[in-house]
Ligand binder design. Structure first.
Ligand SMILES: NC(=O)c1ccc[n+]([C@@H]2O[C@H](COP(=O)([O-])OP(=O)(O)OC[C@H]3O[C@@H](n4cnc5c(N)ncnc54)[C@H](O)[C@@H]3O)[C@@H](O)[C@H]2O)c1
Length: 296
């Protein structure tokens, strides 16, 4: 089985303060890499950096907003003062938005595009050219989503950003092939991280019951970011173009490719089921709160 030996190499992970980014940074460190990590969440990032140091690896940790061209440019300049190029670039930082198209204000479009798409473009723009110039290959990991090939109406803008990341990665894979740089698009599935709790929710999805329903569903699914990280390292070692991770991500990937009409029907059925479950969760939440009010 292919394993990754990153001794003497540098891996960069954006959004490394939490979830998949933190787990992947630690997995790269265990594979021997020194790390460059960034995030907006300084406290979480410092915890990650401490864990990396605990594994005996070097780490440069900076508070950087991936959506900011200036901040990413300055970050890249600092990183490249100490090393010619990074060996692994993982564009992972991302945010969630649960909203249908008709419920999505333009401000939300700008916000999510700036992080989930521009963040990846910035990472690629500032860190790939030095990899190419150095001429010793490398690997780019872009974190898309199962929502990057299986669009659901409830994730209109999120899905749009993840389809775009999927497409960008496919483009890069062709362009970077002659330079010995591999590109992997990661599509995790339902992974138990804080992203559901911190996602923006609009319209029907914005009720407290609906958010709790989503948090419970991810918790019950209980597929942790550490398992994602193990699979990401395997995908990099094998230079996989696309890496669906959890079984449901795989199922959606294969269905979309080989049975698109069935996929569309299933998609509608799943959406209807989710609507019913959210309504039930809301009804339960308001019954509990009116019960509490009567009791007070
Ligand atoms: N958890 C899932 O089920 C799931 C599924 C598919 C795809 N993903 C993708 O995986 C990636 C990681 O998500 P996660 O589940 O680990 O969530 P998470 O919330 O645990 O981690 C995301 C990290 O990105 C950081 N971040 C957000 N905006 C940033 C910005 N502007 N600049 C720098 N850092 C920023 C956050 O502070 C956080 O630490 C995201 O791109 C997400 O869309 C997650």
């Amino acid at each position: 089985m292919a394993t990754l030996d990153l001794a003497g190499k540098t891996a960069l992970v954006t959004g490394a303060a939490s979830g998949i980014g933190r787990a992947s940074a630690l997995a790269f460190a265990r594979a021997g890499a020194d790390l460059v990590v960034c995030d907006l969440n300084e406290a979480g990032l410092e915890e990650t950096a401490g864990m990396i140091r605990g594994l005996g690896r070097g780490v440069l940790a900076r508070r950087v907003d991936v959506a900011s061209r200036e901040a990413m440019g300055a970050f890249a300049a600092e990183v490249h003062r100490e090393r010619e190029a990074v060996d692994v670039l993982m564009n992972n930082a991302g945010v969630g938005l649960g909203a249908r198209f008709l419920e999505t204000p333009l401000e939300d479009w700008e916000w999510i595009l700036s992080i989930n798409l521009w963040g990846v473009i910035h990472g690629c723009h500032f860190f790939i050219p030095p990899m190419v110039a150095r001429g010793r290959g490398g690997h780019v990991v872009n974190v898309s989503s199962a929502a990057g090939y299986f669009a659901t109406a409830q994730l209109a803008a999120y899905s749009t950003t993840k389809f775009a990341v999927f497409g960008l990665s496919e483009v890069l894979r062709e362009e970077l092939l002659p330079h010995g740089i591999g590109v992997t698009t990661v599509c995790p599935g339902l992974i138990n991280t804080p992203i559901v709790a911190t996602s923006r929710l609009r319209g029907r999805a914005a009720s407290p019951g609906a958010r709790q329903f989503a948090i419970d569903a991810y918790r019950r699914r209980n597929y942790g970011p550490e398992r994602v990280a193990v699979n990401i390292l395997k995908a990099v070692a094998r230079n996989r173009a696309v890496a669906p991770i959890s079984p449901e991500a795989w199922a959606m990937y294969l269905m979309k490719r080989f049975a698109p009409r069935l996929t569309a029907r299933l998609n509608r059925a799943l959406a209807a089921r989710m609507e019913r479950a959210m309504a039930a969760s809301d009804a339960h939440a308001s019954a509990s709160s009116s019960g509490a009010a009567l009791g007070s």
